[in-house]
Design a protein around this ligand. Sequence first.
Ligand code: UDP
Length: 380
Amino acid sequence: MTHFLLVGAGFSNAVIGRQLAEAGHQISIVEQRGHIAGNCHTERDAQTGIMVHQYGPHIFHTDDQRTWDYVNRFAEFKPYVNRVKAVSQAQVYSLPINLHTINQFFKQQFNPQQAAQFIADQMDQSIVEPANFEQQALAMIGADLYHAFFYGYTKKQWGCEPSELPASILKRLPVRFNYDDNYFSHRYQGMPKDGYTDLVANILDHPNISVQLNTPYSAEMAENVDHIFWSGPLDAWFNHRLGRLGYRTLDFERITAASDYQGNAVINYCDADVPYTRVTEHKHFSPWESHTGTVCYQEFSRECGPDDIPYYPKRMVNDKALLDDYVHAAQQETGVTFVGRLGTYRYLDMDVTVREALEVSDQVLASLANKQSLQAFYHA
Ligand code: UDP
């Protein structure tokens, strides 16, 4: 039996802990916050009883059968399709960009072929390999749609010019020439009926797993264990000795309203002069429940300071260079494996996090069976 210490009780370590526990190993988890599930944490609002995504909207979606089967083993998932609305210049549109968005925005009645041809004419064909977010947008949808829906929102969300950001951020969103307004293109999509914290609690519910909340990691904890899984920020493991990687954090401001405030779970505000990025009305994430009241939060993005909760790894040019140095340092470490969005400094969705945690667990179990030492980085 190997004794593992897992730092952080989000999806990564819950899945790794469960897989290793089921193989007979001993798992101790320390979590500095007072709850499990990391930034996926959900909790019922005291006033209204509505399930609130405390750290912003989370919708589970995946193409991966193993991941979908895994999460469904631990929670009942209700069908849910994320349909986002976006406000630009006092008009309400649907996102991701689809035929309705295009026709409404350009005041046209295009069919799919006409729209595809029209957008092809809008695209900047000179950009062959987009080097950043802005080039990706200009090459994919052209300047008008980019400025209406992406420029202002992205500046607010990331605090910099879109030309400083990687193209991969925009590639998260599809562009469609039909009326499909599903925000995601994955085969499976849903919402855990009793929230994400309940799902993670069920994953962690195993006799070989112990979880200590309100317990920050300290170096002496490493003395009594065989190996550590670290899901905190990569640079925090090294006490930021090479410098600080950039993250964005979020602030939420509660809106008080009597009943249905906005008629949809998520509405984005794409103009730069609106200070928040989006408003989430949480009861619309649980359409199978019935609530007379409502709970809404405006979401504000800002630079993450030393005492803030990191949400988004920025991966700007200077972060990339520093990241290379940290990955190099991580590879020299023994006795620790870095996992998850913060531990590997990547913009991972929940489904990818679960999938990678399953793969890491497979590799760890194979290494233990072959008496090989465990790697620090599986997914650099
Ligand atoms: N984005 C945007 N306008 C929108 C929605 C998204 O400019 O109305 C850009 C923005 O840069 C954002 C990125 O697309 O960070 C990815 O959006 P997504 O909805 O995946 O962000 P998340 O829900 O993870 O915050």
